[in-house]
Design a protein around this ligand. Structure first.
Ligand SMILES: Nc1nc2c(c(=O)[nH]1)N[C@H]1C(S)=C(S)[C@@H](COP(=O)(O)OP(=O)(O)OC[C@H]3O[C@@H](n4cnc5c(=O)[nH]c(N)nc54)[C@H](O)[C@@H]3O)O[C@H]1N2
Ligand SMILES: Nc1nc2c(c(=O)[nH]1)N[C@H]1C(S)=C(S)[C@@H](COP(=O)(O)OP(=O)(O)OC[C@H]3O[C@@H](n4cnc5c(=O)[nH]c(N)nc54)[C@H](O)[C@@H]3O)O[C@H]1N2
Ligand code: SF4
Ligand SMILES: [Mo]
Length: 900
């Protein structure tokens, strides 16, 4: 995408805005040889220790997600554009009035692991030190809070012991509830290169499990039993490190006692895995000293996620496999700055800089901040927070850099609660999101490429994000917006920051403030950075905390000395009684719905959804179903289906695949009401939460399934203006349209949008065209074609503002890429040609080089026998390599699993 108003240095080293791997990115301004315009070229930063120059498909497509289209460029008050002064006065006066009338606990902030540390720090400081409430929570509650709680229980601190080198050095990597091949691709590539044995624990098959030496497809939610059983086995097989247990831990006996009943036989039955395979895993773990457990949402997003995390940690403590190269319990973070949020105290139960709400800490932080009004205890956690919005206890909420109307469990109720909340402020870089539609005040924020600050990745490494683009429109940085409101609330002195560097220095100073054994020893200490100059901040080399007097160059690994942050200095074993998911299947809801990520999309698609090529891998909401279930419910591949729980419904296209187990379904989390009809998967989850961490159970939802029978299908190509008109009608639930439309989703294309519709009946297209697009009947041409598969017809306007293709079967509509070309160059005979075109359905495996699954399968049939051979032949996998695991899975025809 061409960008003309560029101003900064030619090459800028920054960090990827997506996953918690935290890859270094080099953004370079270049002039395009074709047009002479300046363009941004994105490459991996070869100097960055997270990725050494590599980027996955999302990172390497970053340039395609830039540009002003769809951006929120001016503040909007009640749907009308306004200036910043009006916007800020509204925000401050509403907050002030609410606090005056109902007290500080009637206001809340809901933040995000995608904010930079500096943004996060000022928001947390404003609420907890000056407004006087701890009602500040974050989407990390849905993501990492069980991992945080488990680390704190075990180590006395939220401190990740390991680093990425441990993945290189490990001889065994156990992935638990992680689809790393898709969600942490660059780390997965590192694991593959290191050739450690790979065991994957996941109820469903995925590209990650395809690459595993052993895949244990356990019953959903049964992980704690598996690891209790492992602890028991380690004891029986003499694999304990008794010295470590005696000298550096506590509570071992009780924990072992709780695990003792979990014999391999009992575990195999409980987890429904093959006993021999289970024993193979246990034996492998038992004999492999260099073991890393790498875990993520499959264990975190559970009503007993903290316990599950602790059962994993228990096994590392029992074998002393912690604090040594190639070892450790490695909770991998999802968002680019989930860690930074944890450091500043972005979670409602933390105060700041790894201090929680003890009297001493409240006093300590209060003195450091010269706080006007310190919060006196923990605030509401995400689910409680939105419940309080619903009940009216919270009367003003400010949401920054997250989309809770899509990502929270029982999402529709969250949206409804927001709609009736007296004051909702939303800061986002994009204007059209499900959450933005609930806002009274919309604030345009800068985003990646424009903003400046720091992020911390999964291995505690702090890196710089740097701006290389100007602020678009009237957008402002999140920290600037917060500080402006703070000043208007009368706290100017405490928020007189002039730059992110200023904020960072204060944050670093607080981390070291009275941080010692006598006062309050904390793991998070970056005091060595408290006095860095602006220039040093700008050129900060990525560094792992603690960074203090004792470790001025940072600390790659923690706990090597067996000294922990608990009062006794010993790590704690936690005795766990495994529990089933709270959302239990029953007659009416007999299936378990699992949800997660796709390879090429990021969350609610506000960024990745703008890059056309990232939709080639998967462009529509989908549902993965086992063949047995499909035949039971009368579902064919690619058919539209409805999944419903007692809370909501989800529509998607069935993908029949043996990678799913019978009784289980899987849906991607990425689509929302902004992009499709009934495609918000979190709307189905009942918000049961973990009692320790407050993290909701998102991975196991009891549901029912049924086919949706469409009368016919239509594919519409519209230029931007007409597309926006249709989109707003669809979103407003236009009853006339919905008399004929069963389901829709939208795909951005060059020059406009493509809408895919499943129809209840054919609408009167001429009337629709006239009403929506101001095209009179005369301007529309109609062409008809009788094919063996049925009648197919096309309606188009003279200048191709509108092209409609309809057919009885979705699969027989023409190839979409060819159709899309008609919007770019309206050829006089295009429509007729298009009607005859090849059918759709070629899924791209290699997004970068545009190599489809069909091409790869054909080459395999011709004799290509390795990924390398296919790469040489077709080019697939030669850019970012994110698709290599999938190519490898296609080569393994025995498995014949449809992945993704
Ligand atoms: N491409 C892409 N990458 C991303 C993101 C993205 O949006 N897109 N988001 C980032 C974020 S914020 C996060 S948090 C991470 C998440 O990274 P992951 O946790 O790897 O991703 P998910 O797809 O949510 O879920 C992982 C796996 O958990 C499995 N699972 C479900 N139930 C259970 C269970 O009971 N036990 C076990 N053992 N496994 C289970 C699912 O089948 C799924 O394969 O990804 C990050 N990376
Ligand atoms: N069913 C189910 N639900 C889930 C999950 C699941 O696996 N299953 N996973 C959960 C997890 S782990 C996560 S992390 C969440 C993610 O869910 P969300 O956080 O709700 O999703 P995002 O799309 O990442 O929302 C980020 C928003 O911030 C905006 N944004 C981007 N950059 C900036 C910026 O610099 N400033 C501001 N102000 N805004 C910005 C984006 O446009 C976008 O609207 O979903 C959770 N929900
Ligand atoms: S693995 Fe991909 S998404 Fe994650 S930080 Fe690296 S380039 Fe970005
Ligand atoms: Mo996440």
């Amino acid at each position: 995408m061409a960008l003309t108003k560029l101003f900064s240095a030619r090459r800028s080293c920054t960090t990827c805005p997506y996953c918690g791997v935290g890859c270094g990115v080099a953004a370079t301004r270049e002039s395009s040889p074709a047009t002479g315009e300046e363009v941004i070229r994105i490459q991996g930063d070869t100097q960055h220790p997270a990725n050494f120059g590599k980027l996955c498909v999302k990172g390497s497509s970053l340039a395609d997600t830039l540009g002003d289209q769809g951006r929120l460029l001016t503040p909007q008050l009640h749907g009308e554009e306004c200036d910043w002064d009006t916007a800020m006065e509204f925000a401050a006066s509403r907050l002030r009035a609410t606090i005056d009338e109902h007290g500080p606990d009637s206001v809340a902030f809901y933040l995000s692991g995608q904010l930079l540390t500096e943004d996060y720090y000022v928001a947390n400081k404003l609420m907890k030190g000056f407004i006087g409430t701890a009602n500040v929570d974050t989407n990390s509650r849905l993501c990492m809070s069980s991992a945080v709680a488990a680390y704190k229980r075990a180590f006395g601190a939220d401190a990740v012991p390991c680093n990425y080198d441990d993945l290189d050095e490990a001889e065994l990597v156990v992935l638990i509830g992680s689809n790393a091949a898709w969600t942490h691709p660059i780390l997965f590539q590192r694991m593959q290169a290191a050739k450690a044995k790979l065991v994957v624990i996941d109820p469903r098959g995925s590209v990650t499990t395809e690459m595993a030496d052993l895949h244990l497809a356990i019953t959903p939610g049964s992980d704690a039993a598996l690891f209790n059983g492992l602890l028991h086995y380690l004891t029986e097989s003499g694999a304990l490190d008794q010295r470590f247990i005696d000298n550096h831990t506590e509570n071992f006996a009780d924990t072992l006692y709780a695990a003792a009943e979990w014999t391999p036989e009992k575990v195999a039955k409980y987890c429904s895995v093959d006993l021999e395979q289970l024993l193979e895993f246990y034996a492998l773990y038992s004999r492999t000293e260099k073991t890393v457990s790498f875990y993520s949402q499959g264990v975190n997003q559970s009503s007993t996620g903290t316990d599950k995390n602790n059962t994993i940690i228990n096994c590392h403590l029992a074998t002393g496999r912690i604090g040594k190269p190639g070892c450790g319990p490695f909770s991998i973070t999802g968002q680019p700055n989930a860690m930074g949020g944890r450091e500043v105290g972005g979670l409602a139960n933390m105060l700041a800089a790894h201090m929680d709400f003890t009297e001493d800490n409240i006093d300590r932080v209060g003195r450091f901040w010269s706080a006007a009004k310190m919060a006196q205890g923990p605030g509401l956690k995400a689910v409680e927070l939105f419940d309080a919005v619903e009940s009216g206890q919270i009367k003003a909420v400010w949401i920054m850099a997250t989309n809770p109307a899509v990502s929270m469990p029982n999402a529709r109720r969250v949206a409804a609660a927001l709609k009736q909340c007296p004051t909702v402020i939303v800061s986002d870089c994009v204007g059209d999101t499900d959450t933005a539609r609930c806002a009274d005040l919309l604030l345009p924020a800068t985003t990646w490429g424009e903003k400046t600050g720091t992020v911390t990745n999964s291995e505690r490494r702090i890196s710089r994000q740097k701006s290389f683009l100007p602020k678009p429109g009237a957008a402002r940085h999140d920290w600037e917006i917060v500080c402006d409101v703070a000043r208007r609330l009368g706290f100017g002195e405490a928020f007189a920051f002039e730059s992110p560097a200023d904020i960072f220095r204060e944050h670093a100073a607080l981390s070291g403030f009275e941080n010692n054994r006598e006062q309050a020893r904390r793991a998070f200490d970056i005091s060595a950075l408290a006095n860095i100059s602006d220039q040093e901040y700008d050129f900060l080399t990525p560094v792992q905390w603690p960074v203090n007097g004792a470790h001025p160059q940072g600390t790659p690994r923690l706990f090597g000395d067996g000294d922990f942050y608990t009062p006794s200095g010993r790590a704690r074993f936690i005795a766990v009684q495994p529990q089933c998911p709270k959302q239990e299947t029953r007659d009416e809801y007999p299936l378990i719905l699992n949800s997660g990520r796709l390879r090429d999309q990021w969350h609610t698609m506000t960024r990745t959804g703008r890059a056309r090529k990232l939709l080639d891998h998967s462009e529509a909401p989908e549902l993965h179903v086992h063949p047995q279930e499909a035949s039971k419910f009368g579902i064919e591949d690619a058919q539209l289906v409805r999944v419903a729980s007692e809370k909501g419904q989800f529509f998607g296209r069935a993908r029949i695949t043996a990678s799913q187990k019978p009784g289980q379904l899987f849906a991607p989390i990425h689509w929302s009401d902004s992009l499709a009809h009934n495609a918000t998967v979190s709307a189905l989850a009942i918000p049961f939460t973990d009692p320790v961490s407050g993290q909701p159970e998102l991975k196991q939802v009891a549901v029912k399934l049924e086919p949706l029978i469409a009368h016919s299908y239509a594919c519409l190509l519209l230029r931007t203006k007409a597309a926006e008109e249709l989109h707003s009608r669809l979103q407003a639930g236009d009853s006339q349209l919905f008399e004929t439309i069963l389901h829709w989703y939208r795909v951005p294309v060059e020059g406009g949008y493509r809408f895919e519709l499943a129809l209840k009946k054919q609408p009167d297209w001429q009337a629709v065209a006239e009403k929506l697009f101001n095209l009179s009947g005369k301007q529309l041409n109609r062409k008809q074609l009788q094919l063996p598969s049925g009648e197919r017809w096309l309606l188009h306007s003279e200048h191709m503002e509108l092209l409609v293709f309809t057919s009885a079967a979705w699969q027989t509509l023409p190839d979409r890429k060819t159709l899309e070309s008609a919007l770019q160059q309206p050829l006089p005979d295009a429509p007729a040609t298009l009607l005859h075109d090849v059918p759709a359905g070629a899924q791209m495996v290699c997004t970068c080089l545009q190599v489809s699954r069909k091409e790869i399968e054909a080459a395999i049939a011709e004799g290509a026998a390795s990924v390398d051979e296919l790469s040489e032949l077709l080019g697939c996998g030669t850019n970012c390599g994110s698709c290599k695991p999938e190519i490898s899975a296609l080569l393994n025809t025995d498995l014949a699993v449809t992945v993704g």
